[in-house]
Design a protein around this ligand. Structure first.
Ligand code: FES
Length: 166
Protein backbone atom coordinates (compact mmCIF):
# COMPACT_ATOMS: atom_id res chain seq x y z
CA UNK A 1 0.00 0.00 0.00
CA UNK A 2 2.86 2.33 0.81
CA UNK A 3 4.26 1.70 -2.57
CA UNK A 4 0.97 2.83 -4.18
CA UNK A 5 0.92 6.11 -2.20
CA UNK A 6 4.48 6.93 -3.21
CA UNK A 7 3.64 6.42 -6.85
CA UNK A 8 0.45 8.54 -6.64
CA UNK A 9 2.26 11.61 -5.22
CA UNK A 10 4.13 13.77 -7.68
CA UNK A 11 7.87 13.92 -7.34
CA UNK A 12 7.94 17.62 -6.32
CA UNK A 13 5.64 16.89 -3.38
CA UNK A 14 8.06 14.29 -2.13
CA UNK A 15 10.96 16.73 -2.45
CA UNK A 16 9.10 19.68 -0.87
CA UNK A 17 6.59 18.19 1.54
CA UNK A 18 4.09 20.65 2.98
CA UNK A 19 2.20 19.64 6.07
CA UNK A 20 -0.87 21.87 5.83
CA UNK A 21 -2.24 20.65 9.10
CA UNK A 22 0.96 21.82 10.87
CA UNK A 23 1.20 25.18 9.09
CA UNK A 24 0.48 28.37 11.02
CA UNK A 25 -2.11 30.52 9.29
CA UNK A 26 -2.61 34.24 9.76
CA UNK A 27 -6.26 35.20 9.59
CA UNK A 28 -7.47 38.21 7.63
CA UNK A 29 -8.34 39.88 10.92
CA UNK A 30 -4.79 39.39 12.21
CA UNK A 31 -3.33 40.74 8.98
CA UNK A 32 -5.63 43.77 9.09
CA UNK A 33 -4.66 44.41 12.72
CA UNK A 34 -0.97 44.11 11.87
CA UNK A 35 -1.29 46.52 8.91
CA UNK A 36 -3.32 49.02 10.96
CA UNK A 37 -0.87 49.00 13.85
CA UNK A 38 2.12 49.22 11.47
CA UNK A 39 0.59 52.15 9.58
CA UNK A 40 -0.28 53.90 12.83
CA UNK A 41 3.25 53.47 14.11
CA UNK A 42 4.74 54.86 10.88
CA UNK A 43 2.36 57.84 10.95
CA UNK A 44 3.29 58.55 14.56
CA UNK A 45 7.02 58.44 13.88
CA UNK A 46 6.60 60.68 10.79
CA UNK A 47 4.61 63.19 12.84
CA UNK A 48 7.24 63.19 15.57
CA UNK A 49 10.01 63.85 13.03
CA UNK A 50 7.97 66.68 11.48
CA UNK A 51 7.38 68.30 14.88
CA UNK A 52 11.09 68.08 15.74
CA UNK A 53 12.00 69.60 12.35
CA UNK A 54 9.54 72.49 12.76
CA UNK A 55 10.44 73.34 16.32
CA UNK A 56 14.21 73.02 16.05
CA UNK A 57 15.79 76.42 15.53
CA UNK A 58 18.84 76.65 13.36
CA UNK A 59 21.58 78.74 14.91
CA UNK A 60 21.78 82.26 13.51
CA UNK A 61 25.13 82.79 11.85
CA UNK A 62 27.37 85.43 13.35
CA UNK A 63 27.36 88.86 11.67
CA UNK A 64 30.16 89.29 9.18
CA UNK A 65 31.44 92.40 7.38
CA UNK A 66 31.01 92.07 3.61
CA UNK A 67 32.48 95.30 2.29
CA UNK A 68 32.54 99.05 2.69
CA UNK A 69 29.47 100.94 1.49
CA UNK A 70 31.57 102.68 -1.17
CA UNK A 71 33.29 99.51 -2.37
CA UNK A 72 30.48 98.72 -4.82
CA UNK A 73 29.40 101.30 -7.39
CA UNK A 74 25.73 101.60 -8.40
CA UNK A 75 25.01 98.86 -10.95
CA UNK A 76 27.90 96.80 -9.61
CA UNK A 77 28.28 93.62 -7.63
CA UNK A 78 30.69 91.89 -5.31
CA UNK A 79 31.23 88.26 -4.42
CA UNK A 80 31.66 87.18 -0.83
CA UNK A 81 31.24 84.06 1.30
CA UNK A 82 28.76 83.72 4.13
CA UNK A 83 28.29 82.21 6.66
CA UNK A 84 31.18 79.83 5.94
CA UNK A 85 33.99 79.90 3.35
CA UNK A 86 32.04 77.19 1.48
CA UNK A 87 28.96 79.39 0.92
CA UNK A 88 29.37 81.71 -2.08
CA UNK A 89 27.16 84.80 -2.10
CA UNK A 90 26.70 87.85 -4.27
CA UNK A 91 26.05 91.46 -3.25
CA UNK A 92 24.38 93.63 -5.89
CA UNK A 93 23.79 97.36 -5.93
CA UNK A 94 21.18 98.73 -8.30
CA UNK A 95 21.35 102.05 -10.11
CA UNK A 96 19.50 103.80 -7.27
CA UNK A 97 22.11 102.63 -4.77
CA UNK A 98 20.03 99.94 -3.07
CA UNK A 99 21.91 96.85 -1.84
CA UNK A 100 20.66 93.28 -1.98
CA UNK A 101 22.54 90.06 -1.30
CA UNK A 102 21.78 86.46 -2.18
CA UNK A 103 23.29 83.03 -2.16
CA UNK A 104 25.20 82.59 -5.40
CA UNK A 105 24.09 78.95 -5.69
CA UNK A 106 21.40 78.47 -8.34
CA UNK A 107 18.35 76.69 -6.94
CA UNK A 108 18.12 74.51 -10.05
CA UNK A 109 21.33 72.50 -10.11
CA UNK A 110 23.69 74.63 -8.03
CA UNK A 111 25.70 76.49 -10.66
CA UNK A 112 26.97 79.93 -9.64
CA UNK A 113 24.80 82.86 -10.69
CA UNK A 114 26.38 86.05 -11.99
CA UNK A 115 25.15 89.63 -12.01
CA UNK A 116 23.51 90.80 -15.23
CA UNK A 117 22.85 94.46 -14.40
CA UNK A 118 21.29 95.33 -17.76
CA UNK A 119 18.36 92.99 -17.00
CA UNK A 120 18.27 93.58 -13.25
CA UNK A 121 19.00 89.89 -12.94
CA UNK A 122 21.23 87.24 -11.54
CA UNK A 123 21.86 84.94 -14.47
CA UNK A 124 22.76 81.28 -14.34
CA UNK A 125 24.88 80.28 -17.33
CA UNK A 126 24.29 76.53 -17.00
CA UNK A 127 20.71 76.35 -18.28
CA UNK A 128 19.90 80.00 -18.98
CA UNK A 129 18.14 80.49 -15.67
CA UNK A 130 17.61 83.99 -14.26
CA UNK A 131 16.57 85.45 -10.92
CA UNK A 132 15.49 88.95 -9.99
CA UNK A 133 18.41 90.88 -8.53
CA UNK A 134 15.89 92.68 -6.29
CA UNK A 135 14.12 89.79 -4.56
CA UNK A 136 15.81 86.63 -5.85
CA UNK A 137 12.61 85.26 -7.42
CA UNK A 138 13.07 83.11 -10.54
CA UNK A 139 12.45 85.05 -13.77
CA UNK A 140 13.47 82.64 -16.52
CA UNK A 141 14.72 79.15 -17.21
CA UNK A 142 14.27 76.02 -15.14
CA UNK A 143 14.63 77.37 -11.56
CA UNK A 144 11.36 77.38 -9.61
CA UNK A 145 12.61 78.43 -6.16
CA UNK A 146 14.02 81.82 -5.25
CA UNK A 147 17.58 82.36 -4.18
CA UNK A 148 18.09 82.50 -0.42
CA UNK A 149 18.48 86.14 0.60
CA UNK A 150 21.34 87.24 2.79
CA UNK A 151 20.15 89.79 5.32
CA UNK A 152 22.41 92.83 5.32
CA UNK A 153 22.71 95.93 7.47
CA UNK A 154 24.65 99.11 7.08
CA UNK A 155 26.77 99.72 10.14
CA UNK A 156 28.62 102.97 9.77
CA UNK A 157 30.55 102.65 6.52
CA UNK A 158 30.31 98.89 6.46
CA UNK A 159 27.85 96.43 4.96
CA UNK A 160 27.35 93.53 7.32
CA UNK A 161 25.69 90.17 6.62
CA UNK A 162 23.47 89.27 9.57
CA UNK A 163 21.60 86.14 8.54
CA UNK A 164 20.07 84.00 5.82
CA UNK A 165 16.40 84.15 4.80
CA UNK A 166 15.67 80.79 3.18
S1 FES B 1 21.83 75.28 -12.65
FE1 FES B 1 21.05 77.24 -12.85
S2 FES B 1 19.59 77.08 -14.39
FE2 FES B 1 20.31 75.10 -14.14
Amino acid sequence: MDDMTDRAEPRWRQDFPVRWDEDHYMTRRELARFLTLGSGLLAGVSGLIAVIGLTRKLPTPAPQRIAGVNDVAPGGSLLFRYPTPDDPCILVRDASGRFDAFSQVCTHLSCAVVHAPEGGALACPCHKGAFSARDGEPMAGPPTRRLPRIAIETRGDDLVATGIEV
